[in-house]
Write a protein that binds this ligand. Structure first.
Ligand code: ME8
Length: 506
């Protein structure tokens, strides 16, 4: 297993407030980063904001603010989003930072030096919402294929020889069929490339809010070539001898939404190949959230503020719901009712109640002591005690494919079995019986305590606060994967419920 893992989210446009889609991506990336750190990998986890381009310039204009003041202010909201979601990102990049402007210009210069850029004239359509160029043949009823409005653009601009990279990209993907997940996104990318790649316009003269093209300051870089470079800026590029660049590239996972697939799986690897840098190891495209069946949109006013959600339900509940409701590559529908239902049924009942029943029983009736005979006879007890170690390789395989849903599913099905075991053990009956029954009770409870600790460790990437509270109640101190299967129990106070049930609306 490679010991370095680079994980990035996309960088958010600063044209409006942080929404559920931004929170989703950050949470998924954070769960992955936490998991790989638990496994002992060196992890670098990057997030940030995309601050140039027409869309951001227009948003600043609409507020009557100079773009730099607008982005200085709004980027802070995204930093705050990370804090409230309990994200452990190691770096927050802003594309207006000098380190990034330097990197974007260096990439441009390298492309130019290698004959990959030429001056021409662009005449075609541009969608500000998508920050994308479209050909006449792409349009559907006068709109971009994504349904956004387009404007006619005619201006001198620089082009990148994307057409040269069609075959190398096809060869690369043939040799690396896992470079894009889920599989349908891999297929989508391949059929896009096979349709033929035209050279790509990569500068603008009609807008001013962007990174100046080196040597030609009347042009600013097209926002996507600027934005994509962020992933290597944060590794010290253009210094290819930077230790982070050496260690973390191309051991990278770019987590993005499905709408920005092409930029990451066609343009980005082509830019990189063109300067002799390997493409990223994996691009994973997640699905989209709707709100009660409708597309989130400012005009519908149905956006869900992640800040309000966390204030209402807490970060663990929001993290859990978004990771558990749908598979990462699929689309999901958000509703408060669904979140409350999952929180109550799974976090409060299946997980929280089990922990509380076991720990409160030991506290109340056994004074927090589990000394005594430990004779494992029941196969279910063996399962509870070995489950963590046995399951870890499976969980690792799931995480290698970004299957966060499958990961939680495995854990929660075992939590259900553990609940069934607790009901069958019925320690409240055994404690009233003779010494043999008491031995059974101690052995059973010890099995459950081992299992609860292991479940807390393995759930910590997803619900870090609750996992930490449970480990505190067990008195394990800091516990990691090396402790799976061990009996560690040294409580210092009475346990308190992990989750308070929420009231379900009628
Ligand atoms: O695309 N559900 O920024 P962005 C799930 N700056 N995810 C959603 C979503 C939804 N309803 N709406 C948006 C950009 N997203 C560029 C990225 S990377 C070099 C540049 C996701 O603020 C979207 O798919 O429009 C994207 O991955 C992320 O939020 C940021 O979107």
């Amino acid at each position: 297993m490679a010991s370095y893992q680079y994980i990035t989210t996309s960088i958010s446009y600063l044209n409006g407030s942080a929404h559920l889609g931004h929170a989703y991506e950050l949470i998924a990336a954070d769960a992955m980063a936490r998991f790989w750190r638990l496994c002992g990998k060196n992890v670098k986890f990057l997030t940030g904001t995309d601050e140039h381009g027409s869309k951001v310039q227009k948003a600043a204009q609409d507020r009557g603010m100079p773009p730099i003041n607008h982005v200085d202010e709004l980027s802070q909201e995204f930093v705050r989003l990370g804090h409230i979601l309990n994200s452990t990102a190691d770096d927050f990049i802003r594309t207006t930072q000098p380190r990034h402007i330097q990197a974007a210009q260096a990439l441009w210069q390298e492309l130019e030096d290698r004959g990959q850029i030429y001056l021409g004239n662009y005449a075609g359509w541009y969608s500000i919402r998508d920050e994308a160029f479209y050909h006449e043949s792409d349009l559907v009823d006068g709109l971009a294929p994504t349904g956004t409005a387009v404007e006619w653009v005619e201006e001198p601009c620089y082009f990148f020889r994307l057409s040269h990279w069609q075959q190398p990209l096809l060869d690369y993907y043939q040799a690396h069929p896992d470079a894009i997940l889920p599989k349908e996104r891999f297929n989508e990318t391949l059929s896009f490339i096979k349709q033929g790649l035209a050279d790509l316009a990569i500068s603008r003269t009609k807008i001013t809010w962007g990174v100046p093209v080196p040597g030609h300051p009347e042009h600013v870089m097209y926002v996507w070539i600027d934005a994509l470079t962020n992933y290597i800026t944060a590794l010290g590029y253009p210094d290819r001898q930077n230790q982070d660049f050496i260690n973390y590239w191309p051991e990278s996972l770019h987590l993005i939404g499905k709408d920005i697939l092409r930029f990451h799986t066609v343009f980005w690897p082509a830019f990189l190949m063109a300067v002799g840098i390997q493409p990223p190891k994996r691009v994973f495209a997640h699905g989209w959230w709707t709100i009660q069946g409708q597309k989130m949109s400012k005009s519908l006013g149905n956006g869900v503020s992640p800040f309000e959600l966390v204030e209402k339900y807490g970060s663990d509940a929001v993290r859990y719901f978004l990771m558990r409701e749908v598979r990462l590559g699929s689309d999901g529908d958000f509703s408060h009712e669904a979140l409350i239902r999952r929180y109550n049924q799974e976090l409060a009942n299946t997980f929280g109640n089990l922990a509380q029943r076991v720990l409160a029983f030991i506290d109340q009736f056994l004074k927090g002591q589990l000394d005594g005979q430990d004779n494992v006879e029941d196969p279910d007890e063996t399962v509870l005690r070995t489950w963590g170690q046995v399951t870890l390789p499976l969980l690792t395989q799931l995480m290698e494919r970004q299957d966060t849903y499958g990961y939680l599913d495995l854990i929660f099905s075992q939590l259900q079995s553990a609940n069934a075991y607790m009901a069958r053990l019925a320690p409240w009956e055994l404690r009233k019986q003779g010494s043999e029954a008491k031995d059974r009770m101690i052995t059973g409870l010890r099995s459950l305590v081992i299992f609860l600790k292991d479940a807390a460790i393995l759930l910590s990437p997803f619900i870090p606060k609750a996992a930490e509270r449970l480990l505190q109640s067990l008195g394990t101190g800091t516990a990691g994967l090396q402790d799976l299967g061990l009996f560690m129990y040294n409580p210092s106070s009475a346990p308190s419920p992990l989750f308070q049930k929420l009231e379900e609306r009628a």
